[in-house]
Ligand binder design. Structure first.
Ligand SMILES: [Zn+2]
Length: 394
């Protein structure tokens, strides 16, 4: 993860949205077609577009009030118990029309571009009924069809037990397994299925049931696991052959060993620790030492992580999880692309992949982690097309 394959005085040729050649300027110059348009990046750093592999970017409203309550001392669990948290976003999201959700999400997409993100995973999970989960997934499909970002949809019907099933969570699970998953699969509304596996939400056994059903319908698994307590979610992810286990603030040695014996990639979400004002970050160093293909992502959502910026995630990965800038960039690009089954298309600057890249106003890639919060994104290209330039989204 520390080997970025940096090309100094580099150049590349892009044709029809695809990277045709990369190398040093001396190697590339003779290959440039006469009619080509030449862009001089002026010695700036060019990286593959970031792949943000874990977001909840479609929702209604915001929770700035809870943000202030937490500062005053309320815990995330206390806020949830008083009817706030995910359930307040569920109420607003259910009340919103498909068009309203599309408009509010579209308004936020330039925030991701401004950080150099070119591929975005988005989960449902604020509908919690067949109708409202499908509404969210149709919004995600519309975003994919109408914006330049590459967007991957994940069904997260088992995000929380909705109020009307509060006293019968097992009945809600039946709805997820027998109604929602078959419909989502039949209508091709998602590639992945995720579950919030946590104390007081869904147990390891319930999560296993959901993910096993999802697999029967052709949806691959991702899991929210071991975030607020160790429940053995990572080991379960390994047993069901999930693509990823996400969060993992409370993973233990057995959990790391289970991931090591599997193909499951850990996705670490440092902004949710940061924004909740918590102290315990996932043990990234231990996972990298165990040779796991670690991913970092934003977990962008209106409650625990109102953070769309991948450069800020990379900075947190470095300062709070002791990843090197190179490791954090690998985790945000090629490793993240692999976790979404997109590594043949994006995540690195290699001939044959999409020309998804970001030019940073920096001379050294480490500056992206170092100037925390600074707007270094100079230009973003997706499939070879200029999609963002500093201060102006197109
Ligand atoms: Zn999440």
């Amino acid at each position: 993860m520390r080997e970025l394959g940096i090309i100094r005085h580099g150049a590349m040729i892009v044709e029809d949205g695809i990277l045709r050649a990369t190398g040093t300027r001396t190697e590339i110059e003779p290959l440039i077609p006469r009619e080509a348009e030449v862009l001089d990046a002026g010695g700036r750093v060019i990286l593959p577009g970031f792949v943000d592999a874990h977001t909840h970017a479609v929702f209604a409203g915001h929770r700035a009030n809870e943000f202030e309550m937490r500062i005053a001392g309320a815990s995330y669990q206390e806020i949830a118990a008083s009817g706030g948290g995910i359930r307040s976003t569920v109420r607003l999201t259910r009340a919103a029309t498909e068009d309203e959700l599309f408009q509010s999400a579209s308004h936020r997409l330039p925030w991701f571009l401004a950080g150099g993100t070119t591929t975005l995973e988005i989960k449902s999970g604020y509908g919690l009924s067949l109708e409202d989960e499908c509404k969210m997934l149709r919004v995600i499909r519309r975003l994919r069809e109408s914006t330049p970002l590459d967007i991957v949809a994940t069904f997260l019907g088992a995000h929380e037990v909705p109020d009307e099933y509060r006293h019968a969570p097992q009945e809600y699970l039946r709805v997820v397994i027998e109604e929602m998953i078959p419909t989502v699969a039949r209508e091709n509304l998602a590639e992945y299925c995720d579950v919030f596996c946590e104390d007081h939400v869904f147990t390891v056994e319930q999560a296993r049931e959901v993910l096993t059903a999802a697999r029967r319908h052709g949806l691959r698994a991702r899991v929210h696991a071991d975030q607020l307590a160790n429940t053995g979610g990572a080991a379960m992810a390994a047993q069901v052959g999930a693509a990823t286990a996400d969060h993992l603030e409370h993973i233990d040695d057995d959990g790391i060993a289970a991931l090591g014996d599997s193909e499951v990639q850990p996705i670490l979400l440092p902004a949710s620790v940061y924004a909740l004002g918590l102290r315990r970050y996932p043990p990234a160093r231990q996972m990298i030492d165990a040779e796991l293909a670690v991913v970092v992502a934003s977990d962008f959502n209106p409650g625990s992580s109102p953070v769309p910026s991948m450069p800020l995630i990379i900075s947190l990965a470095c300062t709070q999880m002791r990843m090197t800038p190179a490791e954090a960039i690998t985790a945000a690009t090629v490793n993240a692309a692999h976790s979404l089954d997109r590594s043949k298309e994006t995540g690195s600057l290699e001939p044959g992949k999409y020309a998804n890249f970001t030019i940073f106003d920096a001379a050294d890639y480490r500056e992206i982690a170092y100037w925390a919060g600074a707007p270094l994104t100079w230009r973003v290209y997706i499939r070879g097309r200029l999609t963002y330039r500093a201060g102006l989204a197109m």
